[in-house]
Design a binder for this molecule. Structure first.
Ligand SMILES: [Zn+2]
Length: 178
């Protein structure tokens, strides 16, 4: 009897540790740091984008178009470098994370920085897909799927028309040499 009593006292003592109330109740005040980073965005009128881009780049990047598979500039590209946003030049993906997906579109398993891209629910075509856009200028880049390779399991399936490859050393190698 004593043992059972002791257990009954001990058990709640152990379980007391686990559920700890979340102290940081995120109030409206915690949103202020985000507001400062909003200044790093690029906004242009359709006319300004048209003047800067080719008709195909404009159709894909600014009007959420999709280039036909196996036709883009980069689906089979193997050159090393950084893929930048064709609209605003933000560094988006490294050739180090590009892989052969067999889809006919350039595919990557992760962006250079999680903040480089934004993910948006896309409900066109009767399904919910995740659209990937440039975090600086909202250019449409492509979609992300969760059937990619290790280490992330993500497949960023992009349009060549939304990208510009700046050839050279990938960012990581360049940093090591400094
Ligand atoms: Zn951009």
């Amino acid at each position: 009897m004593h043992r059972i009593l002791a257990l009954m006292i001990l058990l709640p003592a152990c379980s007391n540790r686990a559920p700890r109330p979340e102290t940081a109740a995120a109030g409206p005040a915690s949103k202020s740091p985000e507001a400062t980073s909003m200044s790093d965005t690029v906004h242009k009128t359709p006319e300004e984008w048209r003047a800067q881009l080719t008709p195909e780049q404009y159709r894909v990047a600014r009007e959420k178009g999709t280039e036909p598979a196996f036709t883009g500039k980069y689906w089979d590209a193997k050159a090393k470098g950084i893929y930048k946003c064709v609209c605003c030049g933000r560094e988006l993906f490294s050739s180090e994370t590009k892989y052969r997906s067999g889809t006919g579109w350039p595919s990557f398993y992760e962006p250079v920085d999680p903040k480089a891209v934004k993910e948006v629910a896309d409900r066109t075509l009767g399904t919910v897909r995740t659209e990937v856009v440039c975090s600086r200028c909202d250019a449409h880049l492509g979609h992300v799927f969760d059937d990619g390779p290790d280490p992330t399991g993500q497949r960023y399936c992009l349009n060549s028309a939304s990208l510009h490859l700046e050839q050279g050393k990938p960012a990581e190698e360049a940093r090591e040499k400094e």
